[in-house]
Design a protein around this ligand. Structure first.
Ligand code: EPU
Length: 338
């Protein structure tokens, strides 16, 4: 267990924002976490639990305690002829987990290759890419209640997953720390190749197998998304807006080439990247913040940007999308402080 005061969060967020936390604590086991919580009066409030900081924007210093899990482990806890159940520590890097699954021949997460972040946060955020979401493979989420230190297990349905949403981001926000996630993966199965250009990319490989799907997804992501180690960013900055069919119908008349995806309840999901691109933002720079030149949904730190620089740019983008299309964008990235 480690505690630091006045801790720089620079290496703890992929946007590369130099914010500070009044206190930062890292624990390596469930017992250490419960011990920390039993003495929580000694820790400054409020509490914030982070993963790899790949979906966060620190808008100001954090005058409280930042928690981070270093709980590791990828263990087989159940197996049938067709499937395997794995218990994974919240502090494992998501892509290390994907890599293990692909190597062992377990299907289900290959489309989620190279997503930055850690396993605990993946279950909170319901990460998704190329037609697959974490919720499709999550069996249970093991957590500890921050207030009482009690353990609790959430079944998949208890988590109320939807697009980039769960109870851990909604009504139970800030109330639980995820310690482990159980995943059910298949020993064989069909590949999901229908999203975007995945199938086209796979034509470059001699056969469709787990390794090659992973390679193709990595190649697509590397071509489009900036490497956070080089250019600060948090992936998609906004969620793709979901609009009623009549709104879509009206827009479609004016913009016949607008891409779209079906969503629940007869609604339509529109790519925010396309809307932002159409407003002319792609590749633009405003002060120390900018819009990536290969994916308009990704805002970047051009060097030394503050959280406020990024927020200002995001507000300008929202204004133009609202003016041109009458659609309000909602950030996918969580703003902290401000
Ligand atoms: N597009 C543009 N201009 C651009 C980029 C894209 O017009 O600059 C168009 C594309 O032509 C395409 C559409 O927008 O028709 C969608 O683009 P893309 O396939 O790149 O996906 P996205 O909707 O922008 C979502 C996720 C990504 C995920 C990809 C692949 C959200 C908010 N984002 O992006 O997730 O990797 O699909 O599945 O749902 C993330 O959450 O951080 C993230 C990167």
């Amino acid at each position: 267990m480690e505690r630091h005061n006045h801790y720089s969060l620079l290496a703890r967020n992929t946007f590369g924002i130099d914010a500070r936390a009044e206190a930062f604590v890292e624990y390596g086991t469930v017992e250490e976490l419960r011990q920390l919580l039993s003495g929580k009066e000694a820790l400054p409030l409020p509490f914030l639990h982070i993963g790899a900081g790949s979906n966060l924007l620190f808008v100001s210093d954090f005058e409280g305690t930042v928690f981070h899990s270093a709980i590791k482990g990828i263990d087989v806890v159940g197996e049938t002829e067709d499937s395997v159940c794995l218990r994974v520590g919240a502090g494992e890097l998501w892509d290390d987990f994907v890599s293990v699954c692909v190597r062992r021949g377990w299907h289900g997460v290959e489309n989620l290759s190279l997503i930055p972040g850690e396993v605990g946060a993946a279950a909170v955020q319901n990460i998704g890419a190329y037609g697959v979401e974490a919720k499709d493979v999550i069996g249970k989420v093991h957590a500890v209640e921050i207030r009482t230190g009690r353990r609790k297990v959430f079944l998949n349905r208890d988590c109320r997953y939807s697009y980039r949403q769960s109870i851990f981001k909604g009504e139970q926000k800030g109330k639980y720390a995820v310690t482990h996630v159980d995943f059910t993966l298949q020993k064989a199965g069909a590949f999901r190749l229908d999203y975007g250009n995945l199938r086209d990319e796979l034509r470059k490989y001699p056969e469709v197998n787990l390794e090659n799907v992973r390679r193709a997804v990595i190649a697509i992501r590397e071509a489009k998304l900036p490497d956070p180690k080089v250019t600060g960013n948090a992936g998609s900055f906004f969620m793709n807006p979901v609009v009623p069919a009549d709104v879509y119908g009206r827009l479609r008349q004016e913009y016949p080439d607008m891409p779209c995806y079906p969503a629940d309840g007869g609604c339509v999901k529109l790519p925010a990247a396309w809307l932002i691109d159409r407003c002319g933002w792609k590749g633009k720079t405003v002060g120390r913040a900018g819009v990536h030149d290969r994916q308009a949904l990704v805002l970047v730190n051009r060097g030394g940007a503050s959280g406020r620089d990024i927020v200002r740019l995001s507000e300008e983008i929202c204004r133009s999308v609202q003016e041109k299309f009458g659609i309000g964008l909602r950030p996918e990235v969580n703003f902290i402080g401000g």
